[in-house]
Design a protein around this ligand. Sequence first.
Ligand code: KG4
Ligand code: ZN
Length: 336
Amino acid sequence: MQSILGIETSCDETGVALYQAGAGIVSERVYTQANHAQYGGVVPELASRDHLRKLPGMVDEVLKEAQMAPTDLDAIAYTKGPGLAGALLVGASTAVSMATALGIPSIPVHHMEGHLLSPLLDDPIPDVPFVALLVSGGHTMLVEVQALGSYRLLGETLDDAAGEAFDKTARLLGLGFPGGHLVAQLAESGDAHRFDFPRPMVNRPGLDFSFSGLKTHTRQLIARSQPADYCDIAAGFELAVVDTLVHKCRRALKHTRLERLVVAGGVSANQRLRAALDKALPGQVYYPRQTLCTDNGAMIAWAGWHRRHEGQMSGHIEVKPRWPLDELPPLMSADR
Ligand code: KG4
Ligand code: ZN
């Protein structure tokens, strides 16, 4: 049975997981760095240091939980990019040096392909072709997936990512960082229709997004509001993002004449988004399990399993902080 260790260190989550062919994810750990909250955003140098401190122990724990020794591994996958250069280097150097010492392949993985493939870990598994909506803290994009591994960008954000807009709103509302789930929590007790919010770009053709106007609108509204209004503001903001995403997803399916939609990345954890998409496109939408929406090692191990044919054993440590998804070569096989 093939066993692949996955290591994720692209931003502020250290993720390690073990994927076994036929069995799925057999053990995993995610550590979310808390030291960035006081700065209101991820501080790259602190992120690298924290990955360095945490990663070796987490690799040991994941192997121990699976009752495996390093020598039982068949390959080690790691996030090569996109992400923070220093943070990526910690994962890449750990993975490549371990793999070289063990004489097994190390497999560089594209972080967004990790997100994109994460819904395929669980039933029901969407058949290709499909459209993927990738919504995270760093990216918002619609991708046409005619075959696994070949990705055509249909649209992306012209400014802030959807998760970034959530995080900025959280900061304005005095919540923590990252704040997407905190805005969602606060929104639960709010009236989403009390204040008017713009639906950015929905009246313009095309599949691009823009969230900076919504951010400015929210900032101005908060400046003239009382804390008692914050739950209504959170709810109105969340609904504006959700409506915009749903609108563009429907348009992307129509444009490509495809029927299935895969949604992944941190914002895919949002319950209001899931409910709105399920209502607009019943039976057509596929999500990762809740714990695999935000960054994790499982999606990297799983994408590494798909990419294993291109594995390298060169001991060459390379990261790619900027890496367009449509530059990836097609995948050779998609078996489990
Ligand atoms: O995919 P991810 O872990 O990291 C990147 O690759 O960027 O996504 C993190 C983003 C953050 O911006 C976070 O606020 C957002 O996902 N997020 C959410 C929710 N959970 C996480 N946004 C809205 N609602 C949520 N429940
Ligand atoms: Zn991510």
